[in-house]
Design a protein around this ligand. Structure first.
Ligand SMILES: Nc1ncnc2c1ncn2[C@@H]1O[C@H](COP(=O)(O)OP(=O)(O)OP(=O)(O)O)[C@@H](O)[C@H]1O
Ligand SMILES: Nc1ncnc2c1ncn2[C@@H]1O[C@H](COP(=O)(O)OP(=O)(O)OP(=O)(O)O)[C@@H](O)[C@H]1O
Lengths: 228, 228
């Protein structure tokens, strides 16, 4: 089960906790404000009121055991930069940090953030594209009628070619891509897997157990297929 | 040319103006703070320092001629609600309003917003999905290698069937959907067009002038195709 820590429960952090609470993962949330902590206490249990710039507290929490740590402290640029540096130093596996500006994002990446998120900029760019031209993502994925999802190949279709699977003719779905796990030998002779995404699947390609297919179709057809 | 007004130049509004300035549209921006207006003065010309809750000012600006008006005033909930109501009353065509909470979004829709945007929540949900499982949108559209775009059918392929167009074999692209403009007769005997999106195109479908095709492929192949 994934271990995820969220530091800072502003609009971004609290909404992240809400979304994650619906998934299969363990969540730890930290905020300096008792009120913010109280606001999420009905959806998660592991919450702490603390000043996350306090290195001693961060050390005690053993956050390096977390798979992902998200720092979403907004307006106080120094706080998010400082916390990033402390956690990088303590051996955090993956640091995802919310930025307030391009410059802030550059600094965060320099001091140890693995990835930065700038919600207002990302959403502004997305809105700009959809205002100017029909944007495929708007049209297809947020359209009332269609859905674009990835799903593990259902057992019923194991080892069938795309053509034989009749995904198109019988299930009325369009396969956009297939993701396969390709085994390879590592330097120490162990088998590891890398993901291979084929965005030009041909009708003779075989659907195997463990493959994921990216399919597009009308929502009802997608639901029927998911229930196979 | 699209006419777009942006009211409020916080992180969202200013980034929206930056993105729109790269597109083919006329932009009008309004903010109460001279400093915010000054910050965008190097990228757009049509900017006003004004309190957008002032109905007289909004009336003078004749904003109902705008194709889209984006209200991105954050922390002052009453201001964004009031401006939405005023502009709805003045006959605004399309009002897109930034919300700070689910409740704020509901109120905005009630008082006339056509669409609300909650960047922190949208990005939090997207991040939550990508932390837990591989997300197709992350994989395909934001992947380093692939691109999913819609493009008008190039002249070279007018009236060819999908099979004959060789989009797959020659151009190495996967057609995800075709958008056609279907003419129909309105009640007053005029011809109008509605958009029809076929998400299950078959190899015998004909590509016609004016159609848009949604294609996915490696970025280099997409670029080659765009240059046809
Ligand atoms: N040193 C700190 N330690 C822990 N939490 C902190 C610290 N400083 C600020 N916070 C918390 O971080 C949260 C987010 O900060 P803030 O609201 O300033 O950012 P924001 O960018 O406006 O956030 P959002 O856009 O997500 O609403 C707040 O709930 C605040 O209490
Ligand atoms: N009545 C008003 N008329 C015009 N502009 C206004 C008015 N009130 C606030 N603004 C402007 O709206 C902008 C955005 O407001 P604010 O920064 O409070 O929101 P925000 O939600 O934090 O924004 P963002 O998330 O986009 O950074 C500010 O630049 C501010 O000057």
């Amino acid at each position: 089960k994934k271990q995820i820590a969220v530091i800072g429960l502003g609009k971004f952090g609290s909404n992240l906790v809400k979304s994650l609470s619906k998934e299969n993962c363990d969540i730890l949330a930290i905020d300096i404000s008792e009120e913010k902590v109280k606001d999420v206490s009905d959806i998660i249990n592991n919450i702490i009121v603390a000043d996350a710039t306090d290195e001693k507290i961060l050390e005690k929490l053993n956050l390096k055991s977390m798979d992902d740590i998200i720092i979403s402290i907004g307006n106080n640029l120094e706080a998010s930069i400082l916390i990033t540096m402390i956690l990088k130093n303590l051996g955090a596996k993956k640091l995802i940090v919310k930025a307030n500006s391009i410059l802030h994002a550059k600094i965060l990446l320099k001091v140890g953030a693995d990835k930065t998120i700038f919600p207002e900029k990302d959403e502004a760019e997305k809105l700009a594209k959809s205002l100017i031209s029909s944007n495929i993502l708007e049209t297809i994925t947020f359209s009332e009628n269609y859905s674009l999802i990835d799903i593990k190949v259902p057992k019923l279709l194991y080892n069938k070619s795309i053509l034989d699977s009749q995904i198109r003719n019988k299930y009325k779905l369009n396969i956009v891509a297939i993701k396969k796990k390709i085994p390879f030998l590592t330097e120490n002779g162990e088998t590891d897997f890398k993901e291979d995404i084929n965005i030009l699947p041909s009708s003779s390609d075989i659907l195997e157990e463990g493959d994921s297919i990216f399919i597009i179709g009308y929502k009802d057809d997608i639901i029927k297929f998911k229930n196979l």
